[in-house]
Ligand binder design. Structure first.
Ligand code: 6PG
Length: 271
């Protein structure tokens, strides 16, 4: 589905630099809210594909506070995840954690119907000893049955949120990942040994980044500065190679990279 040879044909993203971590969460929440409002206005429903990492919880808190909480038509919003760790939903490593603890909090959360939240079916897979591949196939089928599809059968989420991992991965697509170029929409991934946490994953194919009208990549902190410069300023490297940076798959015109000043410190000046 993702042809690494097409990487050169995808243009460059929009870069937006904010002051700090709280600024990142605030700006991301506004972009998410705007996308949800626009999608519901256009087609009566919004499908957000969210992410794990450290930024989403602070962003969810902004979405759950005035004024954004009252602006988004939550009854028509559906929330998905681009990837997850293959652990039960209530496990602290689960990417569902922030969604469940903040957005779905009974008192301080948002009026998002529980049926509109789509976790990877890790719990069923683990209980039935069915494995990450079964889980990935079940999630792919659920997404295909629920989200509009492009001509290749890839779900068109209204907005895909991403973070970047310390090795340049996005979702659970690591350098040299079998997901790159795969014809499967979602895959089980063996536990990585080079980055934590060392648990198996489930992930969408990065083909969802080409199908969606909008990708939002959130990057904060000085520890990401060198990596970010490599991803955005260096020549593209084949992400299917072990030296590749899959996050370069989000270096494309339909993406906005929202970056705090510390992470942006190593970037070359833009015109
Ligand atoms: C994982 C992480 C990872 C995360 C990035 C960004 O499963 O390895 O969830 O994909 O999104 O590491 O993390 P930060 O938001 O903390 O920079």
């Amino acid at each position: 589905m993702t042809n690494p040879a097409d990487l050169g044909a995808v243009g460059e993203p929009t870069l937006s630099i904010v002051q700090d971590g709280p600024g990142l969460a605030d700006a991301a929440a506004v972009i998410v809210a705007d996308a949800l409002v626009a999608a519901v206005k256009r087609r009566g429903r919004a499908d957000l594909c969210s992410t794990g990492g450290s930024t989403p919880p602070a962003m969810y808190r902004q979405l759950a506070a005035a004024p954004l909480r009252d602006r988004v038509p939550w009854a028509h919003v559906h929330v998905w995840l681009g990837d997850d760790r293959f652990v039960p939903r209530d496990h602290p490593l689960s990417n569902m954690f922030g969604i469940d603890e903040i957005l779905l909090d009974e008192i301080h959360g948002v009026p998002l119907p529980i049926a509109n939240v789509h976790p990877w079916p890790n719990g069923d897979a683990i209980a039935g000893d069915l494995g990450p591949d079964w889980c990935a196939n079940a999630y792919a089928a659920e997404a295909r049955a629920s989200v509009p599809l492009d001509s290749a059968g890839v779900p068109v989420f209204d907005l895909v949120l991403l973070g970047i991992g310390p090795d340049g991965h996005l979702m659970s697509v690591f350098p040299g990942s079998p997901a790159i170029g795969s014809d499967r929409l979602a895959l089980g991934i063996a536990a990585p040994t080079h980055v934590e946490p060392h648990v198996p994953r489930v992930t969408f194919n990065p083909s969802i980044l080409a199908a969606t009208p909008a990708v939002l990549v959130m990057v904060g902190g000085e520890s990401k500065a060198g990596l970010l410069a490599q991803i955005l300023d260096d020549p593209r490297v084949d992400p299917a190679s072990s030296a590749g940076l899959p996050a370069q798959l989000a270096r494309r015109t339909n993406a906005t990279w929202l970056v705090d000043a510390a992470a942006a410190a190593g970037l070359r000046p833009r015109a």
